[in-house]
Design a protein around this ligand. Structure first.
Ligand SMILES: [Zn+2]
Length: 321
């Protein structure tokens, strides 16, 4: 029996797929950062997939109704292409591959299972964008730390009545097929045996709530990221471009440079302040004049801190004021 397994471990998510159901030797095995599958699904251009999905549906329908083997082979070839687009789409490939190979052996086409599978294909062009909208809404109302706060449990319980969302655009949870098994040496974990793409989305969203994981938009790339570490994190850990530093590393460097330049501004200001303060004692300046100057100097420093005034201009102002 084919399977599409999914489970979480630490800050990672794991996917294992096998069309023949060979436990322990999956044909596809993938490891991703926690929540990456859901967030990349959210960014997928579903419109682009529609023509392919329609062709697969047509070919599969011809296979079922007319026993057109060539149409079946074409559908499988296109499903093979489609699965490259997203890890969730791999499920379609293993499930349909399993059915396709059994059709040759048992010749029992036209069963309830066939009709269900055909319906599933037919509905995907409208379901995929619908799931995207529902996920987006769930992020906004439940998981977004800047909008919904730091407690997803609180927000989730506020937004659902029994198993129904109060907001009609919010994700609808269903029972999902969870098992429990050893996933790495010395550790067992719940494992999802996905029956559909919706199962995987469901498992991701409920896991965030259970684990208290919030999300935020990255200050650099604008993509959502899960806050699996510090809740104050503002940058994601994805590379800015393939093979390059991550948004977080870049953000840290920018902050470091800003701090360095802030320090320089403070240094020149402090130096001039001390110099003029000493003038009071020497009788070169009155208290009142000194404080009037220092007030003006603080104004200029503020301009410099905000970037409205360059360090050179600020230094010149200090010298000539
Ligand atoms: Zn980023």
């Amino acid at each position: 029996m084919w399977y599409a397994k999914m489970y979480f471990s630490e800050k990672k998510e794991f996917f294992q797929y096998d069309a023949a159901g060979t436990q322990g030797a999956p044909s596809v095995s993938r490891e991703l950062p926690f929540l990456e599958s859901l967030l990349s699904f959210l960014e997928m251009d579903c419109e682009e997939l529609v023509p392919t999905l329609r062709r697969i549906t047509e070919n599969w329908s011809r296979l079922i109704s007319e026993d057109d083997r060539q149409a079946g082979t074409n559908a499988m070839a296109e499903l093979g292409q489609l699965k490259q687009r997203h890890i969730y789409l791999e499920l379609l490939y293993v499930h349909w591959y399993d059915r396709f190979s059994k059709l040759g052996v048992f010749n029992d086409r036209g069963s309830d299972e066939d009709r269900q599978m055909l319906d599933e294909l037919r509905l995907l062009p409208e379901r995929l964008p619908l799931y995207q909208k529902q996920i987006q809404r769930f992020l906004e109302l439940v998981l977004n730390v800047d909008n919904a706060g730091r407690d997803p449990q609180q927000q989730a319980s506020r937004n659902y009545l029994h198993n129904a969302p109060k907001d009609p655009e919010l994700f609808v949870f269903h029972p999902i097929p969870l098992s429990f098994e050893p996933v790495e040496p010395g550790r067992c974990s719940p494992v999802l045996y996905s029956g559909s793409i919706a199962d995987m989305i469901d498992y991701c969203l409920r896991s965030c709530v259970e684990r208290g994981v919030t999300v935020r938009r990255c200050k650099n790339c604008g993509r959502w990221f899960p806050q699996t570490g510090r809740v104050s994190a503002e940058y994601c850990e994805r590379p800015v471009a393939p093979g390059q530093q991550t948004c977080r590393e870049m953000g840290a460097f920018q902050q470091w440079t800003k701090k360095q330049s802030d320090d320089l501004v403070f240094k020149v200001y402090r130096k001039e302040y001390k110099r003029r303060f000493a003038w009071i004692r020497a009788g070169r300046i009155s208290d009142t004049d000194f404080y009037a100057w220092s007030e003006k100097a603080r104004e200029e420093k503020k301009k410099c801190d905000s970037g409205a005034l360059s360090l050179e201009d600020f230094t010149a102002w200090l010298r000539n004021s």
